[in-house]
Ligand binder design. Structure first.
Ligand SMILES: [Zn+2]
Length: 382
């Protein structure tokens, strides 16, 4: 069977979610199992835009299809697998929303009609990605300003319907359509400018990562990049990459330590450890890593005592397993010559990020910071 030809709206929608994600990231598709109860998950490399689009359209012929709005760093749909999101979003199902949208400082670049009357998903592409906690806070601020759903749909691991699919809750199934697809990004601060500030929720558990005790991982990327490369990080935050011949600055220096740095020329990136290892010609494991951390501490945190017992030594320097993911991703490529990642049965006992359906009587789910769990087989409602 010839795969369906994806529309440019679907291709651009996928690109918005994932095209800037550093190598090794996944997009999650979740869909109802046409052969039985429950949902199934499928993880694609985030850069395989065309393959993802074709798979979405093939699945959509028989099933409700959802996509993880934030890329995953491992083949897991939970919030812990999310390192960053490239968009903010809101879920609107009230008739008077147009006025509220018009009152926002920046209009949503992308509007998807989810196939039920009045339901719209709004997206704001970002110039810089946000961490899960920050994206949830920003989504909450937008939702309050819009009078939109403030339930679990705001969570970083949310799955939503991509355009070009069908909403099978209706008979006949109704199309999920793109009303606007404008991918121009804005800084989160501009999108939220002047909106009533939400109180910060108590930090979710994930902020206490195993690397939380490593002060080197808390240093702003601009600071360590300048010291390690000798280049000044300009306003546009791009410098000449020291890892490859780079005539135009293609190494982006993110603001937050958890986002680190990424070169869009040679597709390398990571933490302070990854950059120092490249610059100094060291590895990131074993003795090399101990030396790496000692030299970085001497250079950037003079007077600080290195605690060799912290977990980064055992696990390598990668934040959220970034290095591990890269290795793992390589294994997947080798195992997967056909290019299709494995299908995996959806296991309702695993940590789920599926949001409860607030529109058909089931509970509206948890607040941001904790996953809402549906009963097995209960499809999300957006
Ligand atoms: Zn490079």
């Amino acid at each position: 069977m010839t795969p369906p030809e994806p529309s440019s709206d679907l291709m651009r929608y996928i690109a918005m979610l994932a095209s800037r994600e550093p190598a090794g990231g996944f997009l999650e598709l979740r869909y109802r199992n046409p052969q039985g109860p429950g949902m199934q998950q499928h993880f694609h490399y985030a850069t395989n835009t065309t393959r993802i689009a074709r798979h979405i359209l093939t699945l959509a012929e028989h099933s409700d299809v959802y996509i993880g709005v934030a890329p995953r760093r491992s083949r897991n749909g939970g919030r812990a697998a999310v390192s960053r999101s490239w968009v903010l979003w809101a879920d609107i199902d009230t008739p008077g929303a147009e006025q509220n949208i018009a009152a926002l400082p920046i209009a949503p670049g992308v509007i998807i009609r989810s196939g039920s009357a009045g339901h719209q998903h709004l997206y704001w592409p970002l110039t810089e990605p946000l961490t899960p906690a920050d994206v949830e806070h920003a989504n909450g601020t937008l939702a309050h300003a819009l009078g939109a759903d403030t339930g679990a749909v705001l969570g970083a691991a949310t799955i939503l319907r991509p355009p070009g699919t069908l909403n099978h809750k209706h008979t006949p199934p109704s199309p999920v359509t793109a009303e606007r697809v404008d991918l121009r990004g804005h800084p989160a601060a501009d999108i939220l400018h002047g909106l009533p500030a939400l109180e910060r929720p108590t930090p979710p558990r994930e902020t206490h990562t195993r690397n939380g005790s490593d002060p080197l991982l808390a240093i702003e990327p601009a600071r360590y990049v300048e010291i390690l490369t000798g280049q000044t990080v300009p306003r546009h935050r791009k410098i000449h990459c020291p890892l490859h011949e780079d005539s135009t600055p293609s190494l982006h220096v993110y603001e937050q330590p958890q986002n680190g740095w990424h070169c869009y020329g040679c597709n390398q990136g990571g933490t302070i450890y990854d950059l120092a290892a490249h610059v100094w010609g060291l590895g990131t494991r074993g003795k090399d890593f101990i030396q790496l951390r000692q030299r970085l501490t001497d250079l950037l945190l003079p007077g600080h005592t290195v605690n060799h017992d912290i977990d980064t030594r055992r696990n390598g320097p990668a934040r959220n397993g970034r290095t591990a993911t890269r290795v793992h991703a390589h294994e997947i490529i080798v195992d997967d010559p056909a290019g299709l990642n494995e299908h995996r049965e959806f296991d309702p006992d695993r940590e789920l990020d599926v949001v409860a359906d607030g529109h058909n009587g089931t509970p509206a789910g948890a607040t941001s910071g904790g996953p809402a769990v549906t009963s097995p087989g209960d499809p999300p409602g957006y």
